[in-house]
Structures are given as structure tokens and as C-alpha cells.
Write a protein that binds this ligand. Sequence first.
Ligand code: GTP
Ligand code: MG
Length: 287
Amino acid sequence: MPKKDENSDLLTVEEIQALRAEISMMHSSLATDIVSHAPLIKKVVDRFVERGLTQEWTEKLLAPLVGSTFEDDEAILIAYVLEELDTLLNVEEESTNLKRVVHIVVGGTGIGKTSLVGKLAARYTYFLKESHSVAFFNFDRQKVGAVEQLENYADAMDIRLINEEEFLEEEFDIVFVDTAGSNGDNFEALEAFIELIESSTPYKIIISLALSATSKLKDLKLIKERFESFPIKNLILTKLDETSDFSDMINFLIRQNLPVAYISTGQEIPEDLIVATKEHLLNQFMK
Ligand SMILES: Nc1nc2c(ncn2[C@@H]2O[C@H](COP(=O)(O)OP(=O)(O)OP(=O)(O)O)[C@@H](O)[C@H]2O)c(=O)[nH]1
Ligand SMILES: [Mg+2]
């Protein structure tokens, strides 16, 4: 038990945090204890833990059902967990009829940002009910070959790749901006670019954080923290086709508040991109 600050009646932030952790631990062991008395609930907990949910989370969720009328109904217990996951997941409806938007995709290296920019630009130009005037802008100033990759997409899709001057002088419905993968120590240039757009153009900025489904929970949290200084609007998940284990991503998603906007399911541009739905995310987890 943390000691109270002797010079004050109030608890310090650290003391409150320590108390919270202690209470949470007591709740956890209590939940474990309660669940151990209900064999079917224990079985359902084990099933979801096998799928990758944490024991603590699942036990705390189901412990209140011990002694209830649902205690012996496996289907209802499973549905209860799925319903809770469904409630905690957050997806975003696709925005259409956009005018003067700069859509910037950020994220770690090699996780599919440039591919996403290509897929999204094609989608907004050709595949939606309302067509948009779209351009690419490259902010990937580090990687050798970054411009070529975007140039290839621009050629293949007949979408313009514009420079800074054209960006400031012409009008587009959406300019999709590709950025360099970053581990977070090199944000000044991007921050200055965002400031320039906000101060001297009528464009509204949307920033999406791309995250790979192949990343571990710890890394997903770390990446999100690193980009916290940007006003991230939504998440785009990539490489869902590359892993059969979606548990780290689900554990990450239910513990944070940003909505998922799109899901990338393969290397094909522009086909392998879908609007995120809770059903798709849950199916991927239960697969
Ligand atoms: N399987 C699979 N591969 C993908 C997906 N998205 C992108 N890729 C592949 O991942 C590799 C990297 O993709 P890029 O779009 O260049 O990734 P990036 O984030 O722009 O990379 P950097 O600019 O180097 O940081 C390429 O081989 C893509 O074809 C996906 O959803 N599934
Ligand atoms: Mg790239």
C-alpha cells in the first residue's frame, strides 16, 4: 500500500496510480477466483484466451455472470464476449463529397503507406459514386525511389503527382500525401508542412495512421504514442492477409479510441482496400 504524503492530506498522482494498480490487481484475482467456481464460464474464458484475449480482461468481463441465468449457456457466454468486443471496436464511415482536403498517411516504415495512398487516390477518383479531382503529393524525402513509386502509380492511374508550387496554386478535392516511414525522431519537417497548409491554404487536413496487422501489441502502442503530437483522425490497417493471428491488433484496438477507416488486404493496387466494418474485424479475429 503506498504511503500518503506526510505533509499533505491529498494523495499525489503517483499514490493514486499505485492505489489504482493495487485495486485492479485485487479485482483480477477476485475475478479469477469467482470464475474458477463456474466451469462453463471458465471454459469460455479459456477459449478466448487461447484466441489471444488477455485472461484478466476476459475474466473481469465474465465474472459478473457467475450465478446468473446465463452461467450454463455457452452460446450466450460467447455472444456476450463478442458483443463487448463489438461495442469497444470503433470504425469510421467513409467520407464522400470531399472538397479541398489534404489526406496525409503516416506510420512506421514499410507498412504500406505508399500503397495506401495509391489505393485511396484510385478509389476517390474512379470507384466512388461521386468522382473527386485528386492529386498525389510526395512528402517522402528520405527514401531512395520514393518518388518513382508514386510516379508509377500516377502514370498507371492517370492521376497527377504535383509539386509544392502546384499544390499551393491549384485546386483539388483531395490531395493524398505520402510520407516517409518514421520512428518518430524526425517530425519537424512534416509539422512545418502541416502548418504551412493550415496557415496559407483553404485545405482541411486529415491524417490517417497506418498500422500493420503483423505488428505486436507493444509496437502498435509505441507507434501510436510516437505519432501522438499529430491530430490523427483515424487508423488504416494494412497486411491483414499476411497474418492469421489478429489478436494483437484486436487487443490494441479495444484499448484505444481512434476509429478504423480502411483495411488493406493485399498488394494489389487499387483492389486490395476495403472500408472497415466491425464484422470484418471480428471475423478476422474469430477466423
Ligand atoms: N501482403 C500485403 N502486402 C502489402 C500490403 N500493403 C502493402 N504491402 C506491401 O508492403 C511493401 C511496402 O509497401 P509500401 O506501400 O511501399 O510501404 P511504405 O509504408 O510506403 O514503405 P516506406 O515508404 O519504405 O516506409 C510492398 O511490397 C507492398 O506491396 C498489404 O495489405 N498486404
Ligand atoms: Mg513509402
